[in-house]
Design a protein around this ligand. Structure first.
Ligand SMILES: [Zn+2]
Length: 230
């Protein structure tokens, strides 16, 4: 019988691969789920695309500011336990752009899709705080358009980020997939870099497709992590 607690205790390097389900308990909607953030929007993939940013930066800005930012959101027990575990021996590779892993104190985090709270000017590449961006997406000094440092639809993942993710996954002897249905590529493809002898486990409410031999802990990740002693 597979026991997550024991597996974590015995592992030398634990890598978590996480998605939106980790942050929903912090009040951040999962925009891909039914009834999620964009249920009433026409085309969220266009709204969050590089094409939209380039062609209609005002629309892009309005959409992002109205739908994506939850600066008051706090890390939940999943973030906290993952931070404790990975600060000792591991890494978090997340699809989330909310920065909650770092807020929870995690030091070894690969933000695969970037971070909403990192803002830069596309013209001069100077950085700004997100409060400035919430008010305006124009850098007055040079007229440049500000944007969050996240991967938009139509943009590639930063190669250094891909390398860091592959490194974290290929060195793990325990891989824990949490809060992601694991259908979005290239993120889902990262599991292919796991060592053949690595233990792979998914914590998710619904069963998800996993490599052969992987373990499934079916249930609410909040409940599962609340019980972990780390
Ligand atoms: Zn500028």
């Amino acid at each position: 019988m597979f026991d997550l607690q024991t597996a974590i205790q015995q592992a030398k390097h634990v890598t978590f691969m996480t998605g939106a389900g980790v942050s929903t308990a912090s009040g951040i909607p999962d925009y891909r789920s039914k009834g999620g953030l964009y249920a009433d929007q026409v085309d969220p993939e266009y709204a969050l695309s590089i094409d939209n940013l380039q062609a209609h930066h005002e629309d892009f800005h309005k959409f992002v500011v109205n739908n994506m930012y939850f600066p008051a959101a706090k890390p939940n027990v999943i973030h906290e336990k993952m931070a404790t575990i990975t600060n000792q021996k591991g890494t978090i590779v997340t699809q989330n752009v909310d920065g909650l892993d770092r807020k929870a104190g995690a030091e070894h985090v690969v933000e695969f899709h970037g971070n909403l709270y990192r803002i830069y000017c596309q013209t001069c590449h100077k950085h700004f705080d997100y409060e400035t961006y919430l008010k305006s997406d124009i850098h007055a000094a040079d007229g440049g358009i500000l944007r969050p440092d996240i991967v938009l639809y139509g943009e590639p993942i930063n190669p250094d980020t891909v390398s860091a993710a592959i490194e974290a996954i290929s060195t793990a002897d325990l891989l824990i997939v949490v809060g992601t249905s694991f259908v979005v590529y290239p993120f889902a493809g990262l599991i292919g870099y796991a060592q053949p002898e690595a233990t792979i486990v998914a914590v998710n409410r619904e069963k998800i497709a996993l490599p052969e031999g992987a373990h499934m802990v079916q249930g609410d990740a909040v409940d599962v992590f609340a019980k972990l002693v780390v």
